[in-house]
Design a binder for this molecule. Structure first.
Ligand SMILES: [Zn+2]
Length: 408
């Protein structure tokens, strides 16, 4: 039975209290048995409890729950470097999409890609996420948009869930954009999503959630309602890409359909925020996407003051967020969103776990939860996010097993 000692600051990140309440313990220790946490407290209170335990030393560092990246588009083929350059030269995201770039470009490449290549790409990214302290990831499909490729992508996530230490929750995002072959024929595409793909995904038990990109250039509120109703019928809970580029009632819709989370929200209305608070919908901030699109960062104070829990994720994808660096996203929230480091840490752990319905097993350091945690080379969360470095994580544990760092 292992015990981790010499923790200068243990951020337990329990759900209770406000966004900034980390429920931290100074000079702490942590013990676990197989995969579950059995004891958390001050090291002085540990004496005699675990005499024969394996003793591990945190070196006076910060220990946090394993980070949770609750919004990624992990499986795709091909990067879109040239669009990054085009945007630097002044082209907008929409202009690029209209000239053959954007999501449809990735869809074409992903349809052609063989599963082994996609699997290798995903595995490579997850390995690097683990080095940053990430232990759970939500993965969306949506770069296939036909039955065959959507099932191909979701099957890769299922394979990874059994073979990679990171915990994965899968989301079917058929309603990402209307694919080129259905242009001018939107209702036929929605029929395919609702009557063929959703039942097939559910039948094969390949996803927990379904997501819709609600935006002027993507899907309307009514179209989203149709997809969510079909999803519900087949056991897929709603998540929404809402109000990213324009205020379109996405936050209100998320509350109406009892979505697990509403993500982006840069342009969400006050009424929408109020409804989200009433419904208990988690807001997911995606600061790396705002950075790459040179958008003003989500103003989280309105959400937090309104009683909405705010999570943070990378939105990792080849277009608007080609980075999977969650700690960078957390620092960006402090700089551009007036969020404190403590609030950003709860956003990347327990609230992110809530946004993918894994908060019952991970996202906080408590007795009975899985021993998913990371050792960070900093005295406390404030200093960690202030003194930003490429990687301050020195050890990552999933289910009590060290998967990265010295000794892994
Ligand atoms: Zn996204």
């Amino acid at each position: 039975m292992p015990v981790l000692k010499n923790i200068s600051f243990l951020a337990t990140c329990r759900d209770e209290g406000a966004q900034g309440d980390l429920h931290s313990i100074r000079d702490a220790a942590l013990a676990w048995d197989d995969s579950q946490i059995t004891w958390v407290g001050r090291e002085v209170d540990l004496s005699g409890e675990y005499p024969g335990a394996d003793q591990l030393d945190a070196g006076g560092r910060l220990v946090i729950p394993g980070l949770v990246d609750c919004h990624t588009h992990l499986a795709f083929a091909g990067w879109r470097t040239e669009e990054f350059v085009q945007r630097a030269l002044g082209k907008s995201y929409l202009e690029i999409a209209q000239s053959g770039g954007g999501i449809m470009r990735t869809v074409c490449l992903t349809r052609e890609a063989d599963p082994q290549t996609l699997l290798k790409h995903c595995r490579g990214v997850l390995d690097q996420m683990v080095e940053l302290g990430v232990t759970a990831v939500e993965c969306k499909s949506g770069y296939g948009l036909d039955l065959e490729t959507e099932l191909k992508i979701l099957s890769i996530y299922r394979d990874l869930n059994g073979s990679h230490p990171v915990r994965i929750a899968s989301t079917y995002l058929g309603a990402h954009v209307v694919p080129a072959e259905f242009k001018g024929n939107r209702s036929d595409y929605l029929d395919l999503v609702c009557s063929e793909v959703i039942p097939a995904v559910s039948q094969a038990d390949l996803a927990s959630f379904c997501d819709v990109f609600v935006e002027e250039s993507a899907f309307s509120l009514d179209e989203a309602r149709q997809v969510f109703a079909a999803g519900r019928k087949h056991g897929l809970r709603p998540k929404v890409h809402a109000d990213q580029l324009s205020s379109g009632g996405g936050a209100e819709l998320a509350a109406e359909v009892d979505a697990v989370s509403a993500d982006h929200l840069e342009c969400a209305s006050d009424a929408g925020i109020e409804k989200m608070a009433e419904a208990g919908t988690v807001a997911v901030a995606l600061p790396l996407a705002s950075l790459y699109l040179n958008q003003v960062q989500l103003q989280v104070r309105k959400l937090i003051n309104g009683g909405v829990r705010v999570a943070v994720a990378t939105d990792f994808n080849p277009g608007s967020s080609p980075s999977f660096h969650l700690p960078l996203g957390m620092t960006l929230l402090c700089v551009g969103s007036q969020m404190t480091p403590a609030e950003a840490l709860k956003a990347a752990t327990i609230y992110a776990a809530k946004a993918m319905e894994m908060d019952g097993i991970t996202g906080s350091i408590e007795e009975g939860k899985l021993a998913d945690f990371a050792i960070i080379d900093a005295p406390d969360p404030d200093h960690w996010l202030y003194h930003f470095r490429p990687n301050a994580c020195t050890g990552t544990f999933v289910g009590g097993r060290q998967v990265w760092g010295q000794g892994a």
